[in-house]
Design a protein around this ligand. Structure first.
Ligand code: PMM
Length: 283
């Protein structure tokens, strides 16, 4: 199995686990729970204790239909949490689409910028990331939350996601981001219907052929709840889709993902170790 080395982040010969701390009142699965900065820090430290290699701190919900948060509000939400977790020695990533927020986050100690828009939402983002020299998650994205599900139209989703990510890579490289900084993400649930998400998980090897480490975020997303719907078609609530998240983690870790982004860290930290043991045992 290819193992990836991403500058400034742990290189432990297995898929990494990124634990999620949404400092928002309205995120899809954990909105409001860690809205208080002290609670958010406490939760971040708890995730590290449970096995998170990276803690992803976000101040803006990206759930379908969400409205945007003002810049000052986003900064006020994430800055104290990133500063405190970084001070405690945690490898923190910032989940933001805004260059100014990324800049504040890096100054507060963030080691990675996770941009769900892959540089499309804020044209200044790639230059800020290039200057900061930190790893940069470029996710596949077709538009802001209010419009994204209308854009879930593909002929061949894996081919189109690969092509669109390739364009984003060319663009951020042209802005000065270095190859070693780039991590790609298929953007499960972002302008994707369930069939698109499953096709991307099945086609992860084709995304890996683009030559960059891959991050996968399936945790608690609606397509899992739809798969596990009751006989009358009622989707399983996200609060009961963590076992399905775990199954995705094992599969994508086996397929060579660099990192999984998850809410329920402890079992996922076990799953990536199982996947690594199986890989090591391969003749
Ligand atoms: N998904 C969400 C937020 N940030 N970042 C990356 N890189 N990949 C993802 O799939 C992703 C993300 C939405 O999930 P949440 O609202 O449950 O945090």
């Amino acid at each position: 199995m290819t193992t990836w080395s991403v500058p400034g982040l742990p290189d432990v010969g297995r898929c990494l686990v990124m634990g999620v701390v949404n400092v928002t009142p309205d995120s899809f699965s954990d909105g409001g729970r860690w809205f208080d900065p002290a609670e958010a820090v406490r939760h971040g430290l708890e995730l590290v204790e449970q096995g998170a290699d990276i803690v992803d701190v976000g101040g803006e919900s990206t759930r379908p239909g969400a409205a945007r948060v003002p810049l000052e509000e986003e900064v006020a939400r994430i800055e104290p949490v990133i500063r405190e977790l970084s001070r405690a020695g945690v490898a923190v990533s910032v989940d933001t689409m805004r260059a100014e927020v990324a800049q504040v986050a890096v100054e507060a100690g963030a080691k990675l910028v996770n941009d769900v828009s892959g540089g499309l939402a804020d044209p200044a983002m790639p230059r800020v990331v290039a200057a900061a020299g930190v790893p940069y998650v470029v996710m596949h994205w077709r538009g802001h939350s209010h419009a994204m599900q209308d854009r879930a139209v593909y002929g061949d989703v894996v081919t189109e996601v690969c092509q669109e990510l390739t364009k984003r890579v060319e663009s951020v490289l042209a802005e000065g981001v270095a190859e070693e900084q780039i991590v790609l993400d298929p953007g499960l649930g972002f302008s994707k219907n369930p069939d698109h998400n499953w096709a991307l998980i099945a086609g992860l090897d084709r995304l890996a052929e683009l030559g960059y480490p891959l991050l996968v975020g399936a945790s608690r997303k609606r397509f899992l709840g739809r798969l596990l719907a009751a006989p009358d078609g009622t989707p399983r609530p996200f609060s009961r889709s963590d076992d399905a998240t775990l199954a995705v983690t094992a599969l994508v870790a086996q397929a060579g993902a660099w990192c999984v982004r998850v809410h329920d860290v402890r079992p996922n930290a076990d799953a990536v170790r199982v996947a690594a043991a199986v890989q090591r045992a391969r003749p």
